[in-house]
Design a protein around this ligand. Structure first.
Ligand SMILES: Nc1ncnc2c1ncn2[C@@H]1O[C@H](COP(=O)(O)OP(=O)(O)OP(=O)(O)O)[C@@H](O)[C@H]1O
Ligand SMILES: [Mg+2]
Length: 254
């Protein structure tokens, strides 16, 4: 198979909170239509990295950074922030649907961004596509006008994925998306992620090492603010190059 070109290039990225370095000279490439998992113990800088990729920390006065990140060869730190966030969506650990119907949850962002079609049939098409891509359509197609708050936790998490998909992103960042879910809901979200990579590039931060091995193409191991090792998932889990990686994936620490 032909190797896909880089979607995201990170070059010597360092991040700081109050001058304390929490991510140290990180360089890595993420290919198009690939799932990159990031594993590592608490406080290793995983969330900080994701938040940097869609510039969620830009208004935090304690935060600063050095280095560059390119999305399709364009420096994200020079982009219009709203446009960047349309291209790079982020999903958090706890699903937080808006207190509205399922339909309204999905069409909310396209409307707010002024990219929703005027007519009902165009909006319906966006809702249907987003729910299908999030593997939720069959479960909710007969109750689009009921409250999103009545859905199960696993359904709410896939609804939040559908909300991101409704604005047509290119990259999706997942920050421990299954940490509050039971094993069956987790399996559904994992299946959704695998299906999504056909269209999107995905970065998955997970505290579940087995999840990284099940879902991702490439895995990166972060430890104490630095990238210890990155490799194809199959290789990293079978023959890690670094002792620290081996200790972590075999459960000896973390
Ligand atoms: N807004 C903030 N202000 C100050 N320090 C912060 C802030 N956010 C994170 N930190 C610090 O930055 C470091 C890295 O945190 P980060 O949340 O990126 O780690 P993580 O790998 O995602 O951990 P976890 O697995 O617990 O989610 C930690 O020491 C944390 O206390
Ligand atoms: Mg985190």
């Amino acid at each position: 198979m032909v190797k896909q070109p880089s979607k995201i290039q990170v070059e010597k990225l360092s991040c700081y909170y109050n001058d304390k370095c929490v991510l140290q000279t990180l360089s890595l490439d993420i290919c198009k239509n690939e799932i990159l998992s990031i594993i590592g113990p608490s406080n290793s800088g995983k969330t900080t990295f994701l938040r940097t990729l869609n510039r969620m920390n830009d208004f935090d006065h304690n935060y600063s950074r050095k280095g560059m990140v390119f999305l399709d060869e364009e420096n994200i730190f020079h982009m219009n922030m709203e446009k960047l966030r349309m291209r790079v969506g982020m999903l958090f650990a706890m699903p937080i649907p808006l207190p509205m119907t399922i339909y309204e949850n999905i069409i909310y962002a396209p409307k707010r961004l002024g990219i929703a079609p005027k007519g009902k049939s165009g909006k319906d098409a966006i809702v249907e596509r987003a729910l299908k891509d999030a593997s939720l359509w069959d479960e909710v197609k007969d109750r689009l006008n009921s409250s999103a708050m009545k859905m199960s936790g696993g359904q709410q998490q896939r609804l939040c994925i559908a909300r991101i998909l409704a604005v047509n992103p290119e990259v999706i960042l997942f920050d421990e998306p299954c940490s509050g879910l039971d094993p069956i809901s987790t399996a559904k979200v994992e299946e959704t992620m695998r299906a999504l990579k056909k269209k999107y590039t995905i970065i998955l931060v997970t505290n579940n090492v087995k999840q990284a091995s099940r879902v991702s193409d490439v895995t990166a191991f972060f430890l104490m603010s630095r990238l210890v090792e990155i490799n194809k998932t199959a290789e990293l889990f079978v023959s890690p190059k670094e002792k620290e990686t081996e200790d972590y994936i075999t459960g000896r620490f973390g």
